[in-house]
Design a protein around this ligand. Structure first.
Ligand SMILES: C[S@@+](CC[C@H](N)C(=O)[O-])C[C@H]1O[C@@H](n2cnc3c(N)ncnc32)[C@H](O)[C@@H]1O
Length: 215
């Protein structure tokens, strides 16, 4: 894999959930880069694999999480539909262990067409961008991408919706019930505050979930 490899499937319409990101990318890129992985995902660190593994980071943004996984020796497929974030990510975090792909939930057609399975499927601050029908369509696809024993990590943002963005109030309970229908059990369900000063002031909170296959 070459550093910063990018494969485009090409889409002419704005994919569900990405509204507002291209326009605000210049402001958001330094924000996303400002909080290190260990702080963002502190409550889930104990669940992560310690030997080189296959990671799927969906809605990977500027690649801050993908870069951390690559530094640990994992190989990462980083999926991001907003071109402005992908371009910044490849410049900020060039790594032979990260491959970038232009694809979008709930279909994930480009990811699924590769026939790969992953030890970690990560959706950090992405799932609440999908409406209910999209979440119902997306969940079985995500589950089908998990390798046996694999972990799905997912965070949900609660609070005021930033202007220009498309976001829904999605509860941890609803997400756990949907995951359960597809054979996943929750191994983490924690509420945390926000780490960005602006979001702290706006009372933004997070539900942090992790799942593994039942049985
Ligand atoms: C709040 S940002 C989070 C970025 C990164 N995961 C992080 O935690 O820093 C949400 C990301 O989800 C992406 N996104 C929105 N809707 C999406 C969809 N339907 N499929 C895949 N990614 C989506 C956006 O382009 C954006 O990069």
């Amino acid at each position: 894999m070459k550093p910063g490899t990018l494969k485009a499937i090409g889409h002419n319409i704005i994919p569900p959930g990405t509204q507002g990101y291209a326009e605000q990318a210049e402001v958001l890129i330094p924000q996303y880069e400002s909080i290190p992985f260990g702080k963002r995902h502190e409550v889930a660190l104990h669940l992560l694999p310690t030997t080189p593994s296959r990671i799927l980071d969906i809605g990977a943004g500027t690649g801050v999480d993908a870069a951390w996984f690559a530094e640990q020796g994992h190989s990462v497929l980083a999926v991001e539909p907003t071109a402005e974030f992908r371009t910044a990510a490849m410049r900020l975090h060039p790594s032979p262990l990260i491959e970038w792909l232009d694809d979008v939930l709930p279909g994930l057609e480009a990811v699924l067409s590769r026939g790969q399975r992953f030890d970690v499927v990560m959706l950090s601050a992405v799932w609440m961008h999908l409406d209910e029908a999209e979440r119902r369509a997306g969940m079985p696809r995500l589950v089908s991408l998990l390798a046996p024993g694999g972990l799905m990590l997912l965070s949900l943002r609660h609070g005021p919706i930033p202007s220009g963005r498309r976001m829904f109030e999605v509860s941890g309970e609803e997400t756990m019930a949907l995951a359960r229908q597809h054979g996943l059990k929750a191994v983490l369900n924690t509420q945390t505050g926000s780490l960005l000063p602006g979001n702290v002031a706006a009372d933004v909170t997070w539900t942090r979930l992790a799942f593994r296959q039942e049985g």
